[in-house]
Design a protein around this ligand. Structure first.
Ligand SMILES: Cc1ncc(COP(=O)(O)O)c(C=O)c1O
Length: 396
């Protein structure tokens, strides 16, 4: 009996995978591990967009009790626990005066699931999706996985998105604009008038606005975040999560808020993607929203102090500049070109010579190769000061 030769290659991945490159962070982290083995110095990592501040004990204590209830052991409704969706809606009413109903919320596994569900639901092959440059590296990969084309728009010198730049980039293939303020990697924010101007351009041109507001609750010096949905335009999708607001990155709970006719497709993708977000984690998220807002005070006090120390540590050397005001998230984005190197060279040099990890600007687009992202989410103040001492003694 002859065996028919198979023409298919089961090991060949889908062609869309050729448009996805592994994160360059991997190279940096490999180098970090290599150096960690060969040095007695502690590696100080400003690399991760993660928080080492524990989730508030109030949330954990009440969650432990809630875990005895079998409701937390089962699938939740696809869109998420009703009580959680109601609490999310109440929060948006109280904070932004927005009138969502619980059926305009889908609870997801973090912002990341909310984002990819949205791209799968709305991006068609050939569609162009506008993103900021620099911005969070996941957008480009997720848009490409959904079959879309990424169109970056460089931010201005203060790392804000200018409405004129958006206007000039939109063409007949443009489907959506992804906004991200407070911004990862820059920590920059936009005031209400700026958000309004950008959303109004999207409205004039009839494109979707997908606003990733993962850091909406982390702002400094009294900056008031404007939710993009506060601007009068029907086609705005808000994506956010509990990860950064409540130091709950590992719980993986996020959500999408959108008008019902937009949300229904996203909800369908979510249904077939994960069925529902993790039930115990949804209960934890509900507890977080029920807790007094003061439970976040110590986290914000700590981040505010770290922010001051980090700016001091990185600007103590001539040639490293932070000449804009990072008023959100937990990043600063210095320009290191004054040292005669780009961000990639600087991050390698900092790791090899000072055992300090930062992420080169090339990980966040092509517009800012001379910058590095410095995250102060994962290092305490003492370590940040130690980093400052190492940087000063090496570069001077
Ligand atoms: C801008 C931005 N959006 C989304 C995420 C992912 O958030 P989540 O943990 O909710 O999936 C991150 C994580 O660093 C981020 O920086």
């Amino acid at each position: 009996m002859t065996v028919e030769k198979k023409s298919r290659n089961p090991k060949r991945s889908a062609s869309r995978m050729s448009r996805i490159r592994p994160s360059g962070l991997r190279k940096l982290f490999e180098l970090e591990h290599k150096i960690a083995k060969s040095t007695s110095h502690k590696i100080l990592s400003f690399g991760l967009g993660n928080l080492n501040i524990p989730t508030m004990p109030e949330i954990i204590d009440r969650l432990k009790i809630a875990l005895d209830d079998p409701v937390s052991h089962r699938y939740s409704p696809n869109a998420g626990l009703q009580e959680l969706r109601e609490a999310i809606v109440e929060r948006y009413k109280a904070k932004y005066h927005l009138d969502y109903s619980p059926n305009q919320v889908v609870v997801t596994s973090g912002c990341l699931e909310a984002l990819i569900d949205t791209f799968i639901a709305y991006v068609e092959p050939g569609d162009e999706i506008l993103i900021q440059d620099p911005t969070f590296g996941y957008y480009a990969a997720q848009i490409r996985l959904a079959g879309g084309k990424v169109k970056p728009i460089p931010l201005n010198n203060n790392f804000e998105l200018e409405a004129d730049a958006v206007n000039e980039t939109i063409n007949s293939k443009t489907k959506a604009l992804v906004l991200n303020f407070p911004c990862n990697p820059t920590g920059s924010v936009m005031i209400r008038e700026q958000i309004k101007a950008v959303v109004e351009i999207a409205s004039d041109k009839g494109i979707l606005v997908i606003s990733d507001e993962a850091y909406e609750a982390i702002t400094y010096n009294g900056h008031q975040h404007t939710c993009a949905a506060e601007i009068d335009y029907d086609n705005v999708i808000i994506i956010s999560s509990f990860s950064k607001t409540y130091c709950m990155t590992g719980f993986r709970i996020g959500y999408v808020l959108a008008p019902p006719e937009i949300l229904s497709s996203i909800s369908l993708v979510h249904q077939y993607n994960t069925a529902c977000a993790n039930s115990p984690a949804q209960i934890a998220a509900k507890i977080a929203l029920d807790s007094p807002s003061s439970i976040r005070n110590s986290m914000m006090e700590e981040l505010t102090k770290r922010r001051t120390e980090t700016i001091k540590a990185f600007t103590s050397v001539d040639g490293i500049k932070v000449d804009y005001n990072p008023l959100g998230a937990f990043y600063i984005y210095p320009d290191v070109s004054g040292l005669g190197m780009n961000g990639t060279k600087f991050s390698e040099c900092l790791l090899e010579e000072c055992q300090i990890v930062v992420v080169p600007g090339s990980e966040f687009g092509t517009a800012t190769p001379d910058h590095v992202r410095v995250s102060y989410g994962f290092l305490n103040q003492e370590d940040i000061r130690e980093a400052g001492t190492r940087i000063q003694s090496f570069f001077s």
